[in-house]
Each structure stands twice: as structure tokens, then as C-alpha cells.
Design a protein around this ligand. Structure first.
Ligand code: NAD
Length: 269
């Protein structure tokens, strides 16, 4: 049997029909775009966020864009273990299964290391790294039992480099941790059907980044970022949608413990 000739059409292999997904931090920014992309490709989607009102807005948008799609909003703080496990249970109860999980919620902060309160360091580790472990553990409970699953963590190009000119040692360290956790879990669960990969965005224009760029410091930093990026622009949240559908679909089934960088060429310089 020739596997090229006998395989399903490649666009069919990108379809997410009959799959169910959750996206943490799905109420805005990158997570909102990931949730839309998964729904566009046919998945049932749970939009998970601390901000339930905003998550519900995304649910309404998705229902309007993809009439008939199954989509729900759930409130959970991804740093809270019992809320995370209850959220995953609720997704499985509602959709009957969990195939795709995007662990995307995260925060940013610019602060110098020499004066950083320890509480800020710990908060960053909690939200941007520990939460990814908690979510993956809760999601894997179902995925390992069913023998199939796609975990997609949002890392960052900051996991590879140190951003300039803003100081954010805790953020960069947490994102390096997300890359390592992705490789570790991907390897640990590789022979049990659960794929764990990440997406590393470069500078990506969300509403919050847009607001920041309008401030005095943003006016100084924005042009530096663009000069450092070979494509000479920031990414749009829609630039990440192809990568998430690929990682969520059967088209990427041989990929695990790895990362897709979407950064306009930043890491090449
Ligand atoms: N925007 C960028 O340039 C960029 C670049 C690289 C990586 N990232 C990463 O992408 C992810 C999303 O970033 P974004 O720019 O879309 O941010 P954003 O602030 O626009 O959205 C983040 C969402 O996460 C939610 N959230 C925050 N803490 C939470 C918690 N404890 N529990 C549940 N929800 C929580 C917020 O309510 C918000 O809706 C983050 O992990 C971020 O580090 C962003």
C-alpha cells in the first residue's frame, strides 16, 4: 500500500470535526484567536478565562461566525489546582471528551531584577509556568485514559532569548520552563498517544500590547522591536491560527515534545 496515495486528502487531515478543545486565556488576545481558529476548523470549544464576561463575548462571536458550533465559556483561575481540575471535568462532561487543550493564559510584566519583589517573581512562575503543569496534568488524566490527545502550550520567543530593551527576567525564565516542560511531558507521554507541543509567538499585537505601545515608554520600545524583527512588523493574532490548527489536527500526529516559532524571523538575528 502506498501511503501517499492511500492517505486522506491533506485538508481533511487538518479538519477538527468531532474533536473537543479548551483554550485557557481564551477571552482575549492570542487565546481568542486560537479559540476562533479551532472552531473554524470544526472543533467544539470551551473558552476558559478568569474573566467570564469577556469569555462569553468570544462565545457569542464564535456562534455567530460558525453557526451550529458547540462552544461554551468557563471561569477558572489557572493557578488554582481545584479550579483547573473542575474546569477540565466540566469540559469533558459537556462535550463527552477532551481532544485538544491550549494552555495559553499568561501575564507580562516589565521590571528590573535587582528591585523585583519576590512576590512578583513567584506570581510570574505561578501564572506562566506552574499553571501549564497543572492544566496539562488535569488534561492528561482524560487524554491518557483515552489514548489520544493534543496539548498545545503557549510558550514565547522569550523562552529562547532575552528581550531588549525591557527587563523581564521572570517572564523569560518562565517561558524557558514552558519549553522544557513541553519537551518533558511530550517525551513522557509519547508512547501513550498524548502529543505535547508549544507555539512560541514573537511580538504579537493584541489589544493590551496596542495600548502599551501608545504610552510614552511604548513609543520608545515599539520601534526597537520592529527594527529587531527581520519582517519589520509585529505579528497579528491571526498569524498564530495556522500553527494551532496544525498542532491540534491529525496532520501533526508524529510531532511531539517540540515547538513552532512564529516570530517574523526574530530568532534568526
Ligand atoms: N502578545 C505577545 O506579544 C506574546 C508574545 C509571546 C507569547 N505570548 C503569550 O501568549 C499568551 C497570551 O498572551 P496575550 O498577549 O494574548 O495576553 P492577553 O493579556 O491579551 O490575554 C491573556 C488572557 O489570559 C487571561 N488570564 C490571565 N491570567 C489568568 C489566570 N490566572 N487564569 C485564567 N485566565 C487568565 C486574561 O484574563 C486574558 O484574557 C501568554 O501566555 C503570553 O505570555 C504573548
Amino acid at each position: 500500500m502506498d501511503e501517499v496515495l492511500s492517505s486522506k486528502n491533506i485538508l481533511e487531515r487538518f479538519s477538527l470535526k468531532d474533536r473537543s478543545a479548551l483554550v485557557t486565556g481564551g477571552a482575549q488576545g492570542i487565546g481568542r484567536a486560537l479559540a476562533h481558529a479551532l472552531a473554524d476548523a470544526g472543533a467544539a470549544v470551551a473558552v476558559v478565562d478568569m474573566d467570564l464576561a469577556l469569555a462569553n463575548v468570544v462565545v457569542d462571536e464564535i456562534k455567530e461566525r460558525n453557526v451550529g458550533s458547540q462552544v461554551i465559556a468557563l471561569k477558572a483561575d489557572v493557578t488554582n489546582q481545584s479550579e483547573v481540575f473542575a474546569m477540565v471535568d466540566e469540559v469533558v462532561k459537556t462535550f463527552g471528551k477532551l481532544t485538544i487543550a491550549c494552555n495559553n493564559a499568561g501575564i507580562g510584566q516589565w521590571i528590573d531584577a535587582e528591585t523585583m519583589p519576590y512576590a512578583d517573581w513567584k506570581r510570574m512562575m505561578d501564572v506562566n509556568l506552574n499553571s501549564v503543569f497543572l492544566c496539562a496534568q488535569a488534561e492528561a488524566k482524560y487524554m491518557l485514559a483515552s489514548g489520544y490527545g493534543k496539548i498545545i502550550n503557549t510558550a514565547s520567543m522569550s523562552g529562547y532569548i532575552v528581550n531588549y530593551p525591557q527587563n523581564q527576567s521572570h517572564y523569560n525564565t518562565a517561558k524557558s520552563g514552558v519549553l522544557s516542560l513541553t519537551r518533558s511531558l511530550g517525551a513522557e507521554w509519547a508512547d501513550r498517544g498524548v502529543r505535547v507541543n508549544s507555539i512560541s509567538p514573537g511580538y504579537t499585537k493584541t489589544a493590551l500590547v496596542g495600548d502599551l505601545l501608545k504610552t510614552e515608554i511604548g513609543q520608545k520600545v515599539g520601534p526597537v522591536w520592529i527594527a529587531q524583527t527581520p519582517q519589520k512588523k509585529m505579528g497579528a493574532v491571526t498569524d498564530l491560527q495556522g500553527a494551532v490548527v496544525y498542532l491540534a489536527s491529525e496532520a501533526s500526529d508524529f510531532m511531539t515534545a517540540s515547538d513552532i516559532v512564529v516570530d517574523g524571523g526574530y530568532l534568526a538575528w
